[in-house]
Write a protein that binds this ligand. Structure first.
Ligand code: KG4
Ligand code: ZN
Length: 337
């Protein structure tokens, strides 16, 4: 089965074709970062309009790359949430119309399930069960994963997501948007142990996270410093070290609680090399990540999630559809249920 995947939940238009026998055939991505950078963050209305411009040309690109035509596609998977409602509606409308016109099934995919499953696109994919750490701009989640659609929430952020904390700290340090990867690059110039930042919520039981205090701590440290370039890099490093250490402590705790021996990390922040180094150093643990390009939003993870859920794909009886700007992962069920 060849599945066309459409991702349009935020500021990336991602399109891909996944073949359940041959694997990923083609993918293409258009990032709106340059457009939003001017405003210091994502402008939802501009995002929706740009998805409208880019989705169809990108679909044509991936078909060309895979040397296929529209009639070779067997099903369409599109992101139906969580995300920006206008942006989601673009992918949903195009995806459903495409499926309707070709008389093939369509499937509404949860964006976080796309991230969660993205490491399974790699060679030597992880076997179930495992603990999943999902770290993106909107979410910080620890999930006990027993199989496709069998997700038990172990912990989540009670305030800012870790990616959001990276972005806000970066902005406060005067770095460009999106700040996460820029702050990570700057941290490499930092001198270790200049500042000691807290590891929020690690000295009490539980698997929830809180990153907004860390961001405030970074802001106060920066304000009280002489604000030299070296100070900026030192604050960036201290923030990153504390965030990474906090994530690692909670992962260790989640692995102990579930008894699982495999950790799967995905979402934009999983590209962070300090996080990868820290988790890879944990003994007796197998850790899996997506390749760097599939850490952030992409169409491949949506096409793949669609292929994994192919038994849940249904032909549409009518042309209506809806999206879910908020859609918790633990409300999903397994495709065969
Ligand atoms: O998964 P993603 O592309 O979009 C959402 O679904 O939110 O994640 C984007 C987030 C942003 O907050 C971005 O700053 C962060 O991931 N990010 C990073 C790195 N690369 C992306 N944060 C820290 N270090 C990185 N190398
Ligand atoms: Zn995402």
């Amino acid at each position: 089965m060849r599945v066309l995947g459409i991702e349009s939940s935020c500021d990336e238009t991602g399109i891909a074709i996944y073949d359940s026998e041959k694997g990923l055939l083609a993918h293409d991505l258009y990032s709106q970062i340059a457009m939003h950078a001017e405003y210091g963050g994502v402008v939802p209305e501009l995002a929706s309009r740009d998805h409208i411009r880019k989705t169809l040309p990108l679909i044509d690109n991936v078909l060309r790359q895979a040397q296929l035509t529209r009639s070779d596609i067997d099903a369409v998977a599109y992101t139906a949430g969580p995300g920006l409602v206008g942006a989601l509606l673009v992918g949903a409308a195009i995806g459903r119309s495409f499926a309707w016109a070709l008389d093939i099934p369509a499937l509404a995919i949860n964006h976080m399930e796309g991230h969660l499953l993205s490491p399974l696109l790699e060679d030597s994919p992880p076997a179930f069960p495992f603990v999943s750490l999902l770290v993106s701009g909107g979410h910080t989640l620890l999930i006990d994963v027993q199989g496709i659609g069998e997700y038990k929430l172990l912990g989540e952020s009670i305030d800012d997501a870790v990616g959001e904390a990276f972005d806000k700290t970066a902005k406060m340090l005067g770095l460009d948007y999106p700040g996460g990867p820029i702050l990570a690059a700057l941290a490499e110039q930092g001198i270790a142990d200049t500042y000691l930042f807290p590891r929020p919520m690690t000295n009490r039981p539980g698997l929830d996270f809180s990153f907004s205090g860390l961001k405030t701590f970074a802001m106060n440290t920066w304000r009280d410093s002489e604000q030299t370039d070296q100070d900026r890099a030192n604050v960036a490093l201290a923030f990153q070290t504390a965030a990474v250490e906090t994530l690692a402590i909670k992962c260790k705790r989640a692995l102990k609680e579930t008894g699982h021996k495999t950790l799967v990390v995905a979402g934009g922040v999983s590209a962070n090399t300090a996080l990868r180094a820290r988790l890879n150093a944990m003994p007796h643990l197998e850790v899996h990540y997506p390749r760097p390009i599939f850490c952030s939003d992409n169409g491949a993870m949506i096409a793949f999630a669609g292929a994994m859920r192919q038994s849940a794909m249904v032909k549409q009886e009518h042309a209506s559809f809806s999206v879910r700007p908020r859609w918790p992962l633990d409300e999903l069920s397994s495709p065969d249920a």
